[in-house]
Design a protein around this ligand. Structure first.
Ligand SMILES: NC(=O)c1ccc[n+]([C@@H]2O[C@H](COP(=O)([O-])OP(=O)(O)OC[C@H]3O[C@@H](n4cnc5c(N)ncnc54)[C@H](OP(=O)(O)O)[C@@H]3O)[C@@H](O)[C@H]2O)c1
Length: 253
């Protein structure tokens, strides 16, 4: 097998959570472009992502999955394994944000963000890992953020969850290494999506973001895909427990 073949995802079966819009939709389309069969999970809107993949000649389906419903999520993963015979890749992308000052955060806001970003990420990864352990092969890509490495004002709970994603990722990597399951995280910088749109609607905040990025611009979907395909394919088989930031240089300065 040549080195470029190790970047191909042909024949792989991948699940992407939060695939209805934003970065998750881009990851799903990118995985399909690299050859994977992609199961797009979220609410009904993920059907549009699967339809776009199928229309472009790829193979995809959409499944309703709320990552806060642990038992349902586990059953969905088992049904995917039963239908496709295996699960090669999980992109654990579903996430929420609810901006508020630390002193004003309510218990409900805290529970909501923690419930999706940390608890949901944890148990979705667990559901995938249980299948991957059995087949002694797999790739899990958890989604972090700049908030995995630094604090971001008015995002205290979000940063708590994304720091937690790093801890989960490293520990999973250690425990799953002997089963040939690699677990890494991706740390996107600022990408314009429905989640970050409130920041971009505020001209001062937008200016601050763009000036803060050494490359002078926010990320596009394509900017994230190179790292995603690498971390989901055989080219990265000896890399586990890492977080790769795709941030235009933000964390370097
Ligand atoms: N955009 C950025 O600049 C940026 C930077 C760093 C990290 N990230 C991370 O990247 C991920 C995607 O962000 P995004 O900007 O693309 O956000 P987005 O546009 O708001 O999309 C979030 C996705 O998560 C899904 N989701 C939310 N709650 C869910 C739940 N309980 N169960 C299943 N799916 C759920 C949403 O689907 P439904 O609501 O339809 O279920 C949607 O598909 C998040 O983890 C985010 O923290 C984003």
């Amino acid at each position: 097998m040549g080195i470029l073949d190790k970047y191909s995802l042909a024949g792989k079966v991948a699940v992407v959570t939060g695939a209805s819009r934003g970065l998750g939709k881009g990851y799903a389309i990118g995985l399909a472009d690299a050859g994977a069969t992609v199961i797009c999970c979220a609410d009904e809107d993920a059907k549009a992502t699967a339809d776009a993949i199928n229309a472009a000649g790829g193979t995809s389906e959409s499944i309703l999955m709320d990552v806060t419903r642990i038992e349902e999520t586990r059953k969905i993963f088992e049904s995917i394994r039963d239908k496709y015979g295996k699960l090669d890749i999980l992109i654990n992308n579903a996430g929420v944000e609810d901006i508020n000052k630390f002193v004003d955060v309510t218990p409900d806001q805290y529970d909501k963000i923690m419930g999706v970003n940390l608890r949901g990420t944890f148990f979705t990864a667990q559901a995938a890992a249980r299948i991957m352990i059995g087949q002694k092969k797999g790739k899990i890509l958890n989604i972090g953020s700049l908030g995995s490495a630094i604090g971001l004002a008015e995002s205290s709970v979000y940063c708590g969850t994304k720091s937690g994603v790093v801890g989960i990722t490293k520990t999973m990597a250690i425990e799953l290494a002997k089963y040939n399951v690699q677990v890494n995280a991706l740390g996107p910088g600022y990408f314009r999506t429905p989640m970050t749109e409130p920041f971009f609607q505020d001209p001062a905040h937008r200016k601050w973001i763009e000036e803060r990025i050494p490359m002078g611009r926010t990320g596009t979907e394509d900017d994230a895909l190179g790292a995603v395909i690498f971390l989901c394919g055989e080219a990265s088989d000896y890399i586990t427990g890492q977080i790769v930031y795709v941030d235009g240089g933000w964390l370097a300065s």
